[in-house]
Structure formats: structure tokens, C-alpha cells
Design a protein around this ligand. Structure first.
Ligand code: HEM
Length: 218
């Protein structure tokens, strides 16, 4: 127990927690994205799929609890690492010259905050329905079509998924480094793999609101 607290208290411990919970969250995101694509197979298939997930009963609640714990640990360690980095350098550099900073690495914090806001909206929109104009329990297909019938909501999802893609690109690459799977290298293979994964997840997620906007899903 004591070693766990010591580990959690160390900077590298928090980075490990971020990386391990990040892997779990990415696995969930890939599964969720693949499941969502069934919307292109019609209302029956998509509603049956959503119904099967809902009928998992206690298993669903275990998965929800695991997901929630991972998200909280990921966010808490990110906030604490940011606070430590600020405390270590209270006065910023006069001039910053990044070695290998990408747009993705620069938007990690703002993208992370946007994702947290997105998730709260998303659950109130498609799972509990408080922020949905005509929510129907058990009618996941109709909820998606009506939900993205509001073009601003569809755009919000597309923007959030774009930040999610960037977050994933940098996060997967950085996480691989933290877990010590790869040695430092300015142009490593894992970077290309992270980019490929981010593009697949981004394209798979935005396909749904884009499909509704184009009238392919109706
Ligand atoms: C365009 C992108 C997305 C679409 C169209 C979408 C669609 C949906 C739908 C339709 C549901 C409700 C399923 C049901 O009726 O049971 C749902 C639930 C959920 N989504 Fe998404 N989703 C998207 C992106 C995301 C992302 C990026 C995340 C997080 C990484 C996420 C996390 C969740 C969670 C946690 C739930 C609640 C699951 C539950 O507890 O029942 N979604 N999503």
C-alpha cells in the first residue's frame, strides 16, 4: 500500500498512470467508434446493438465504473503534472524553441479540457437524454439522426473529435515513450502508428455526424 502511495506521489508514477489509463481509454474509444459505424447498417441493426449493450446489466455497470475510474485518474494526474511543471518554472522561458513540438502536442491541455466538456454533454445528449430535443430510450438510431439534425451540435461533435484525434496522436506517441516501449528518436515508427490510429479513430467517429448531415443516415 505504501509503495503504491509513493509511486502515485512521484512524477514518473503519475506519467505511468496517465499512460496506462490512456491505453484503456483508447481501447474503449476504438471499440465505441467501430460499434457506432453500425449506424450505416440501418435502424434495426444499430438499435439491436445498443439494446445488447444496455442488457449487459451488472457487466455494463462494471465497465462504466472502470471507464469512469480511468478517466478520473487520467485527468487528475494530468492536472497534477501540469501544476508541478508550473511550480518548477514559475517564470516562463523568455523565448521557447521547441525541439519537436507539433500542433498535437501544443493542444494537449486545451484539447483535454474540451474532451472533458464534450463527454459531459455527450452523456446528457445520447445516454440520459436531458440535452436531447426528442430522446427515446431504446431508440438509439433515431436519437442519433435527430441529435445531429441540429447542424451546430453536429459541428460541435466534429470539432471535438478533431481535438480528440490530435490528443490521441500525441498521447499515444508520448505514452509509448513513458512505458519505455520505444527509445527516443525524432522520427520513430511509433509516431507513424500513432498518426494512423488517430486518423482511423477521427474518421470513424466523424463519419456518423457527417453521414447524418449528408443525408446518408436518415
Ligand atoms: C461522433 C462521435 C460519437 C458518437 C456518434 C457517439 C455515439 C454514442 C451513442 C449513440 C451513445 C448511446 C448508446 C446507447 O444508446 O446505449 C453513446 C454513449 C457513450 N459514448 Fe459516445 N459517441 C461518440 C463519441 C464518443 C467519444 C469520443 C467518447 C469517449 C472517448 C464516447 C463515450 C461514450 C460513453 C462513455 C457513453 C455512455 C455509455 C454508457 O454508459 O451507456 N463517445 N455514444
Amino acid at each position: 500500500m505504501r509503495w503504491m502511495l509513493q509511486f502515485w506521489d512521484s512524477t514518473i508514477g503519475k506519467k505511468y498512470v496517465m499512460a496506462v489509463t490512456g491505453v484503456g481509454l483508447v481501447l474503449f474509444a476504438v471499440g465505441h467508434m467501430a460499434g457506432n459505424l453500425q449506424v450505416f447498417m440501418g435502424a434495426q441493426v444499430f438499435n439491436d446493438y445498443a439494446h445488447k449493450l444496455q442488457s449487459l446489466g451488472p457487466l455494463l455497470w462494471i465497465a462504466r465504473a472502470g471507464l469512469f475510474t480511468m478517466a478520473v485518474l487520467h485527468i487528475v494526474s494530468a492536472v497534477q503534472l501540469t501544476m508541478r511543471a508550473r511550480a518548477a518554472r514559475p517564470v516562463d522561458y523568455v523565448k521557447r524553441e521547441s525541439q519537436i513540438a507539433t500542433w498535437a502536442s501544443r493542444t494537449m491541455r486545451v484539447g483535454g479540457v474540451l474532451l472533458a466538456v464534450f463527454l459531459v454533454f455527450h452523456i446528457l445528449h445520447f445516454t440520459t437524454g436531458q440535452l436531447h430535443p426528442a430522446f427515446s430510450k431504446g431508440g438509439a438510431y433515431g436519437n442519433v439522426v435527430i441529435g445531429f439534425g441540429n447542424v451546430w451540435v453536429a459541428i460541435f461533435y466534429i470539432v471535438a473529435m478533431t481535438f480528440f484525434g490530435l490528443h490521441l496522436y500525441h498521447g499515444v506517441w508520448a505514452g509509448v515513450r513513458t512505458l519505455g516501449v520505444a527509445k527516443p528518436n525524432p522520427n520513430p515508427m511509433e509516431r507513424k502508428l500513432a498518426l494512423g490510429l488517430a486518423i482511423i479513430v477521427w474518421a470513424g467517429f466523424i463519419a456518423v455526424p457527417v453521414g447524418v448531415l449528408l443525408g446518408i443516415v436518415d
